[in-house]
Design a protein around this ligand. Structure first.
Ligand SMILES: NC(=O)c1ccc[n+]([C@@H]2O[C@H](COP(=O)([O-])OP(=O)(O)OC[C@H]3O[C@@H](n4cnc5c(N)ncnc54)[C@H](OP(=O)(O)O)[C@@H]3O)[C@@H](O)[C@H]2O)c1
Length: 258
């Protein structure tokens, strides 16, 4: 069975569609019960076999609740996609502290806990696959999205280390770094007013092909995949340009339009 966090919308929903195309049994997850219920109903009406869990993973201890729920129901998770995540746009002191710490809990701590809990079971059961969703935001600091970018740097670094630790033990760990992708991300992060969202600096792409790239990377056990030619080019350029320039350019992208 495949567990996909944040699969009631955006990239997560596309990962679910890809898994269902392959006749896998999917465990859908989301925080918003109504959205989740609608997705479950839609999939079941199409004859797909899905289960669901509604849970806020931005709360300490929630990853263990999710794991225990799967155990209690006898769901054997052989594939895990840690997709749920959000960003928050604005000057650090102007964003509620709770928004930032819940984001860190969701984007990093719950992700680590889910890797530990499900990964250990996969190792014991002889194998499995994990896909963690980072971002091209992982490659540089992002003024006005500082915590989000740092959280994605964490996800990328952690995933690549874990890839090496577990690669000969039968559990593959892959990491997808999407660029700007057309999902609910912009409104969740309050990014509407930014230069980034305007598309002036970077092109926004549809979610389906991005999810496919990540899903394929997971099936092949690829360590890291950055979506899109331009994003790959930028992540290489970032590594050779002086850090001050990189942060300066990043700050320009995060300028408010109004
Ligand atoms: N879109 C982009 O441009 C972009 C670029 C790079 C990386 N990413 C990453 O891609 C992943 C998927 O995001 P998306 O673009 O598909 O955005 P999205 O459409 O907003 O989807 C985010 C998903 O995460 C879930 N989620 C948010 N907060 C949660 C919480 N506290 N507990 C549990 N679930 C929660 C949401 O569920 P509810 O709706 O029920 O809250 C939703 O299913 C994220 O990790 C994001 O950081 C996105």
């Amino acid at each position: 069975m495949i567990l996909i966090t944040g699969s009631n919308s955006g990239l997560g929903l596309h990962f679910a569609k890809l898994a269902l195309q392959e006749k896998k049994k999917v465990i859908l997850h989301g925080r918003n019960a109504q959205k989740l219920e609608k997705v479950v109903t839609d999939f079941r009406s199409q004859g797909h076999e899905v289960e669901s869990v509604c849970l806020d993973l931005g709360v300490p201890g929630s990853a263990k609740i999710l794991f225990d729920h799967c155990e209690k129901n006898g769901w054997k998770i052989t594939e895990l996609i840690n997709n749920a995540g959000y960003g928050a746009f604005g000057r650090f002191d102007e964003i509620e502290l709770n928004t930032q710490t819940s984001m860190m809990q969701l984007n990093m701590i719950s992700l680590v806990e889910l890797c530990h809990l499900f990964g250990k079971k996969m190792l014991a059961n002889g194998g499995g696959k994990i896909l963690n969703i980072a971002s091209i935001a992982a490659f540089q600091p992002g003024p006005k999205m500082g915590v989000y970018c740092a959280s994605k740097s964490f996800v990328l670094s952690f995933s690549e280390a874990l890839h090496f630790e577990w690669k000969d033990a039968g559990v593959s760990v892959s990491c997808l770094c999407p660029g700007p992708t057309d999902t609910g991300f912009v409104s969740a992060a309050n990014l509407q007013d930014s230069q980034l969202a305007s598309g002036k600096f970077m092109k926004w792409v549809p979610a389906a092909p991005v999810a496919l790239k990540g899903y394929q990377a997971m099936q092949r056990g690829t360590m890291t995949v950055v979506d899109g030619f331009m994003n790959n080019f930028l992540t290489l350029l970032i590594r050779i340009l002086p850090k001050k320039w990189v942060v300066g350019i990043s700050a320009k992208m995060m300028d408010r339009i109004h």
